[in-house]
Design a protein around this ligand. Structure first.
Ligand code: SAH
Length: 390
């Protein structure tokens, strides 16, 4: 049994519920830890704190799985956890698609499971959770009897844990191009080659939030990926919808999705760099009633946070200039290092430069199947803002 004793002076973070224990918070480790084993964690005065998985190769030595001394970490533990995660999502009203497991926010650090109706996509982003992959697959099979389970571990962050990047089937092989339903619409999801796990479930509640403002509107969407926001706009009664993405492949999928919903006459998609095109169209005097922006994360490191701020300011400024007075800007940010206050400040700076006045319609986070845990900064990563632009 591996025992980890913390220093006398550690940040109150661990005591207050945060599951990470950094190397420099540890006084001593009893037992041989190669990585991936379960360790018991104690305070300096030998009070039990919790159990978690250990990896001496990682800066985060232990990630806690439980604070209950009586919990045994075994197959049954993961089965119970996954059942609990599903009960919670059902309670919130999710029936077909949801992020079933959102890592730390579900006390299953570094485990992501997206449920696309009968299909499941898994990411195990740390060694200590990766070793439980067979138990997790078994649990999914027992709770859901899925049509397919796929691993999307083609993520660089795994290398920090000494893990390789990989993807492939964790069930019998199946056709990885599937169709899901969302808010009465249908969308193709490419589980094998799509971005991240194939589809951005974190915006699923937010896509409904545009319902009223797009009625009868000319809508421009940038960073559309497979066209989900734009197709929602057309479905909710927009007059015309144009979606832009820099990836030709994404644009092709977006057009296919428009046709799948018989909205191809309202909704069209083009390949373009949004930064260049929005700037040019501003000069040309083009105008829209609603502009929607959902760019990718601009940075993952604190050192380049200024780059993200500049990017958000620039694209939102360009977007605002294209909006008819009284129209709406629908804008998102998924850079977790840009906190909600900072995001609003950046939008405010953009409005000042664009000489436009804003009236806030709503400001929220990711959809509820990605829980936000208070005092666990990375769990609140998505900012979703709608403002009326005067
Ligand atoms: N709104 C989408 C997710 C967008 S992900 C949804 O809800 O499903 C971000 C997208 O921005 C990606 O598809 C990426 O190809 C695209 N992108 C990145 N840089 C871009 C740029 N400069 N111009 C246009 N699109 C860009």
């Amino acid at each position: 049994m591996i025992k980890v004793y913390l220093r006398r002076k550690i940040s109150p973070r661990v005591a207050n519920g945060h599951p990470w224990i950094f190397n420099n918070e540890v006084d001593k480790v009893d037992g041989d830890a190669n990585g991936g084993e379960i360790a018991d964690v104690f305070s300096y005065d030998k009070k039990f704190i919790g159990k978690g998985y250990i990896n001496p190769k990682s800066q985060i030595l232990v990630r806690l799985l439980t604070r209950d001394k009586t919990d045994e970490i075994n197959e049954q533990f993961f089965l119970n956890k996954i059942r609990g995660c599903w009960e919670y999502r059902k309670r919130l009203g999710y029936t077909e698609n949801c992020r079933l497991v959102f890592g730390e926010a579900d006390s299953l650090p570094q485990l992501i499971i997206d449920k696309f109706n009968d299909y499941f996509v898994i990411q195990t982003l740390a060694l200590g959770i990766d070793v439980w992959k067979p138990a997790i697959v078994k649990a999914l099979q027992s709770v859901f009897a899925p049509k397919g389970i796929y691993e999307r571990n083609d993520v660089p962050v795994r290398e920090l844990e000494g893990l390789s990047q990989q993807k492939g089937f964790l069930s019998d092989p199946f056709d990885t191009k599937i169709v899901i339903r969302e808010n009465g619409l249908k969308f193709h999801v490419d589980i094998e080659n799509g971005q991240k796990t194939g589809y951005f479930l974190d915006q699923q509640d937010n896509r409904r939030a545009i319902q009223h403002i797009v009625k009868g509107a000319d809508v421009l969407g940038a960073f559309t990926y497979t066209g989900t926001f734009e197709i929602h706009a057309a479905h909710y009664g927009a007059k015309s919808v144009l979606g832009l993405d820099i990836s030709a492949n994404a644009v092709e999928q977006a057009n296919t999705n428009a046709a799948l919903n018989d909205l191809q006459n309202i909704c069209c998609f083009e390949t373009a760099n949004a930064f260049d095109v929005l700037k040019q169209w501003g000069k040309d005097g083009r105008q829209y009633d609603v502009v929607m922006l959902d760019p990718p994360a601009f940075t993952k490191s604190r050192e380049t946070i200024q780059k993200a701020i500049t990017g958000y300011k620039e694209i939102n400024l360009r977007g605002m200039k294209l909006i008819r007075p009284g129209g709406f800007l629908v804008t998102s940010s998924c850079t977790s290092l840009v906190n909600p206050e900072l995001f609003l400040q950046v939008i405010n700076m953009a409005a000042k430069d664009a000489r436009r006045k804003l009236r806030q319609v709503l400001f929220q986070s990711q959809s509820a199947d990605h829980p936000v845990i208070w005092n666990m900064e990375n769990t609140q990563y998505l900012k979703f803002l709608i403002v009326q632009v005067q």
